[in-house]
Ligand binder design. Structure first.
Ligand code: ATP
Ligand code: MG
Length: 372
């Protein structure tokens, strides 16, 4: 799929503009703080309707203004065109998404109709950050690519919040009334995550190996409620979760919170070495962690392609900045192979534009103004 047109109004520091994108994409070159990442954020917004930086919508509205609007024209791989637009107003607060001019009643229905995969410097947090970063990654990939996952996640989130509120207010046993909803939605989440990870473990290893030139990288789901065997079978997972909840009751009443469940699970990333397994989060070098983060994004791209049957638009935000020459050459080769589709890449300097060096159209950005 390709983004062919983008109209921006009131978004961050970007000038109000209508942009026309070439089919193979562009390289956006500009100094720091000129708005390069903001442009990628706007494109990515059309997929998830929220900021990939985790910023609330009101922060995306240009300083001193009240509304932002992003309108995209998308061409599918088969040639059909679609329009998707998102608008947000600060006061009175209002958010609206339209698809081909029609207002979308539920945001969830339009999430994922644009397929992008974003590589950014902050992806390092996927490996270096706490378990919640990796859970968030899994939740986004699965919400976009697996029917029913998002609603299970929402159901689980609501039940968890209410259960924990009862604990906090000292309600004790009344909290256990939520257990069956928690088990039903939670088991679904655990199984989907574990399946996705198991199904991609070989690819993760292969991508890592190809970029690093060595290393036995391993990805594994560690559930707080079920061992490896249970996560393959829905009934066994639900049973394991139920009994984990039962045996944690005393601890939960003491700590006044839910202590087991998918909200406490971990996606573990390790390197296998002769001396044993080394956890990348604690012991990885910057380059190793970045390589693992890139590999996760490649898995995401592969998933989007396989499940949604569309070539995702690659959004590459200054990705080669921290890699040594060898690693970046290998990463480049892998990316070129993975993504024959459209690419929008940013770089602070012309010399950093390495992807499809000759063919990519150069755009420049200064103070939010883009020149083709
Ligand atoms: P770098 O190369 O350092 O990553 P960049 O070109 O990617 O820089 P961006 O993060 O896209 O920079 O843009 C940062 C600029 O956008 C900052 O100067 C910031 O003040 C400005 N900015 C952020 N939010 C808003 C907003 N809501 N309204 C106006 N300007 C904003
Ligand atoms: Mg940036």
């Amino acid at each position: 799929m390709r983004l062919i047109g983008l109209r921006l109004t009131g978004f961050r520091n970007l000038a109000d503009d209508r942009l026309r994108f070439p089919g193979e994409g562009i390289a956006l070159v500009g100094r720091n703080a000129q708005g390069k990442t903001n442009l990628l954020e706007a494109v990515h917004y059309l997929e998830t309707f929220r900021s990939f930086r985790g910023a609330p919508d009101r922060e995306l509205v240009r300083f001193g203004e009240n509304v932002f609007r992003i309108e995209g024209k998308i061409e599918s791989d088969r040639g059909g065109a679609a329009e998707i637009a998102a608008a947000f107003q600060r006061s009175p607060k209002q958010k609206r998404v339209t698809a081909d001019g029609k207002v979308v009643a539920r945001l969830g229905d339009a999430v994922g109709s644009v397929a992008t995969v974003l590589f950014t410097p902050s992806d390092l947090g996927l490996v270096r950050g706490g378990p919640s970063e990796r859970r968030r990654f899994l939740d986004i990939v699965l919400s976009l690519n697996e029917p029913g996952y998002l609603s299970a996640l929402q159901e689980f989130g609501r039940a968890l919040a209410q259960r924990n509120a009862v604990f906090r207010s000292g309600g004790g046993d009344a909290a256990f009334a939520w257990d069956e909803i928690l088990v039903r939605s939670g088991a679904r989440i655990i199984i989907s995550r574990a399946r996705w990870i198991t199904g991609h473990a070989d690819l993760f290893r292969a991508c890592y190996d190809e970029m690093a030139g060595c290393g036995k990288a391993r990805i594994q789901y560690r559930s707080s409620v079920a061992g490896g065997r249970e996560t393959a079978d829905p009934q066994a997972t639900a049973d394991a979760f139920r009994s984990a909840l039962r045996s944690s009751r005393e601890r939960e009443c003491r700590q006044r919170t839910t202590v087991v469940g998918p909200h406490r699970d971990e996606m573990e990333l390790t390197l296998e070495e002769e001396t044993g397994r080394r956890d990348l989060r604690a012991y990885g070098s910057g380059g190793e962690q970045r390589t693992a983060a890139l590999a996760l994004r490649l898995l995401e791209a592969e998933t989007a392609k396989r499940v949604r049957g569309r070539e995702p638009i690659l959004l590459l935000d200054d990705v080669f900045a921290e890699l040594d020459d060898q690693r970046s050459a290998r990463t480049l080769a892998l990316l070129e192979k993975t993504g024959p589709g459209q690419v929008i890449l940013t770089a602070p300097k012309e010399s950093e534009v390495r992807f499809r060096r000759e063919s990519l159209t150069r755009w420049r950005i200064e103070g939010g103004r883009i020149e083709g």
